[in-house]
Design a protein around this ligand. Sequence first.
Ligand SMILES: Cc1ncc(COP(=O)(O)O)c(C=O)c1O
Length: 423
Amino acid sequence: MSAIRSAYTDKLAFFGNSSPQQLLAVYGSPLYVYNENILRRSCRELQLLSAHPGFWVNYSAKANANPSLLRIIREEGCLVDAMSPGELHMNLEAGFSREQILYVCNNVSEAELQNAAEHGLLVSVDSLAQLDLYGRVNRGGNVMLRFNPGIGAGHHQKVVTAGEATKFGIAPEDLDKARALLAAHGLTLAGLNQHIGSLFMEPDGYLDAMDRLLAFAAALRPEELARLEILDFGGGFGIPYHKYGNAARLDMDALGRGIHERISAFAARTGYAGRFYVEPGRYVVAECGLLLGTVHAVKDHAGRRYVGTDLGFNTLMRPVLYNAHHDIEIYRAEDAAESGSLPQTVVGNICESGDILAEDCVLPEIAIGDILGVLDAGAYGFAMCSNYNLRLRPAEVLIMADGSHRLIRRRDNLDDLVRNVRV
Ligand SMILES: Cc1ncc(COP(=O)(O)O)c(C=O)c1O
């Protein structure tokens, strides 16, 4: 086997005791591959953001809810959120207790709120209407309110979740209306949360938004502050997707210092003894996962070199949905010399012109039969997979700490496609 472009995964020993070829031979193509050591490392790095006794990492399961990965994240001492009955189900499957699960939802039904209440979860609601609805299904219970701190951040307008142009959160000026609803339903305000957006590479926006939530909490009535159990600042921590471009990482030391100073000062100033949450999804799982696929065709058309693969956007939506970049590695079965680089457009097997994984990307020349590795696909990768064109979702494999590999989700099969069909 020769690796045409694999310096990054080689350095990390990403594939453990196996090679991409061997993994595809066993599990088929396309295939999601996760590395346990890298996942644990990300969890530990986040845990070190602050030594404050009330500091917790609350993993956002929407990024990747494979129960085997969730179990590792739990073992590393992280808590978890859920924003749907499905995520709740997976978290419980992975062994999280109800006390360890925060239900952060928006625009959900009475039945769903009832389900969360019956599971004994602390629920965060993000509008006065949802607060009123929750009050009716859980009279006298605890509730958390998601506020919009007025500051948004993120790599794409579609993932900015605070500030002006977003559906999320209660406006701080609606606090009195919220208080009236809390009183009307005998609810206790047990927490405040926010989430400003996804994939920021500078800590400032997040720290500014933290200041706003802490100032808001400090301005609550003493009896309200005394009953608060959780202050959740949300997630959004970015990772550099241009690994071969040596893109800079988010300064986790600066972020950690900023978080630690703020929560320590707040606790000292107010006597608050509850929990402080950060709620990363991407940062926990993105770099521990990659997507392997196979090249089935190469062609030149209208001056463009197309590389046709089995990596349709049903297997990875981010490039199509957000114009997101993922670096690509190239592995070749037989020993072959690399034959120069050129701009290539890597496309999938979905019947859509927009099915493009990487556009005019300068890479070593790719050949039919090559295996491609799409880096940093652990977050919002499999989680957003679909059966569009009735294509089957890939299998998921874990490279374990000892370098061996284990199937953690089998590939869809045709029976899965018809399981719910009534003819
Ligand atoms: C409420 C909430 N918390 C946390 C996250 C995790 O964000 P990220 O994966 O960018 O860290 C999200 C993502 O959308 C979210 O909506």
